[in-house]
Design a protein around this ligand. Structure first.
Ligand code: FPP
Ligand code: MG
Length: 279
């Protein structure tokens, strides 16, 4: 489905017989870089680590346009970046990662792009739960958060299977938000809270905590959001985790397009978090 997803910013592959010296040097460089990155993650992980990191993975189509690719190809490269960054976060021992995969508004995009994103999602769910794959490797429970009933049947089936297979994982949480908007999550939480209150013998006074307890992300066990990262330089929240951002969340906007985002973009963000915690 996608190119290699092992490395954090680059890939290592075995040299072939074409141009052997140059290839061997390139391979060696990739190998050394890969182990340096492992070391970097190990050192970073010895400091304070955010419990919950969220990504607005923006810039896939601009990345594709710059390389004369189709928008769908930009999204496929976006998936590779998603895998790469997920692995970095779980190696760092981040407890919960949330990713904005598909906004309810994204259904307004062209049918070709929506279909391509749905196919990518279906393939991704199957890949993410394969034996020995990232979710099993790091003991991650998958929650798909949002208006799931808007998903096509085949995607919904893949979602249910992936959620069921990871239900007993308890080391970390992955919230894939699709089709999601924060206003929908808050509206649903308010509606459920009122419903529960009316069911009680004596209608309760609704508090902030009641609404919080009814949010899809809270029900899935997510801790408070420490860092929200948006790529591609756009300074908007785009209806993502608005309630969750309201407290101590550090919002970080980076210029890199999502498919290029990797360890060297994450590094200053984690260091900044550590500096603030120590301060
Ligand atoms: C925003 O970039 C990106 C999306 C709408 C799709 C995000 C999906 C992925 C990164 C693939 C991950 C898939 C799974 C199932 C985990 P954009 O299309 O708005 O690009 P632009 O800002 O350059 O126009
Ligand atoms: Mg965009």
């Amino acid at each position: 489905m996608t190119p290699s997803t092992n490395a954090y910013n680059s890939s290592c592959s075995v040299p072939s017989m074409v141009n052997p010296v140059r290839r061997a040097v390139r391979w060696l460089r990739g190998f050394v870089l890969h182990y340096l990155q492992h070391l970097l993650i190990f050192i970073l992980a010895s400091g304070p680590i955010p419990k919950h990191v969220a990504f607005v993975m923006d810039g896939n189509r601009r990345y594709a346009r710059k390389r004369a690719m189709l928008p769908q190809q930009g999204h496929s490269h976006g998936y590779v970046a998603f895998r790469r960054n997920l692995e970095i976060c779980f190696r760092l021992k981040v407890k919960c990662v949330s990713a904005y995969v598909f906004s309810i508004d994204n259904f307004k995009r062209s049918p070709e792009e929506v279909d391509a994103l749905m196919t990518l999602a279906e393939q991704s769910f199957s890949e993410l739960i394969q034996y020995g794959n990232i979710l099993q490797q790091y003991g991650v429970r998958l929650n798909v958060v949002g208006k799931k009933e808007m998903l096509p049947e085949n995607v919904l089936k893949a979602v249910r299977k992936a959620e069921d297979m990871t239900r007993h994982n308890n080391k970390a949480i992955l919230n894939l938000c699709m089709p999601y908007t924060s206003r929908d999550e808050i509206t649903t939480a308010v509606r459920d809270t009122v419903h529960d209150s009316l069911q009680a013998d004596q209608p309760l006074e609704i508090t902030e905590k009641d609404i919080d307890d009814h949010l899809m992300t809270t029900k899935g066990g997510s801790p408070p959001l420490d860092i929200l990262i948006r790529t591609s330089g756009v300074k908007r929240l785009s209806d993502f985790l608005l309630w969750q951002c309201a407290e101590d969340t550090q919002i970080q906007i980076v210029d890199t397009y999502w498919p290029d985002f990797g360890l060297f973009d994450l590094l200053p963000i984690i260091l900044d978090y550590q500096r603030k915690v120590w301060a």
